[in-house]
Design a protein around this ligand. Structure first.
Ligand SMILES: [Zn+2]
Length: 99
């Protein structure tokens, strides 16, 4: 059974909330957005590296996302390409517990 303590408070995905509350994705999203309105959660947009699925960088809103992004993990491991157009890669919305 998934408990709230098994969730990383710095990276709360809608999927985590959905599993935890045993609700639909839509309800989980509503729950998260409500938590943002109530200052419990902060919303983040993560840029996902197409090579390794890692969140390269996180932003507070769409306007902060640069045109291109480099995955330094891929760069270190000489994986090519390691610089991507952010419009072409996957983004993921997650939440952080406000401290
Ligand atoms: Zn990478």
């Amino acid at each position: 059974m998934e408990t709230i303590s098994s969730i990383d408070p710095g990276k709360i995905y809608i999927e985590n909330i959905r599993n935890f509350l045993k609700v639909s994705s839509h309800k989980a999203l509503t729950f998260c957005e409500m938590a943002v309105t109530q200052n419990v959660f902060e919303r983040r947009i993560g840029i996902v590296c197409p090579n390794d699925g890692r969140v390269i960088e996180e932003y507070e809103n769409e306007n902060q996302i640069p045109e291109t992004i480099t995955c330094h993990i891929c760069e270190l491991e000489d994986r090519e390409p390691n610089t991507f157009k952010t419009s072409k890669v996957k983004t993921i919305v997650f939440y952080k517990l406000k401290t």
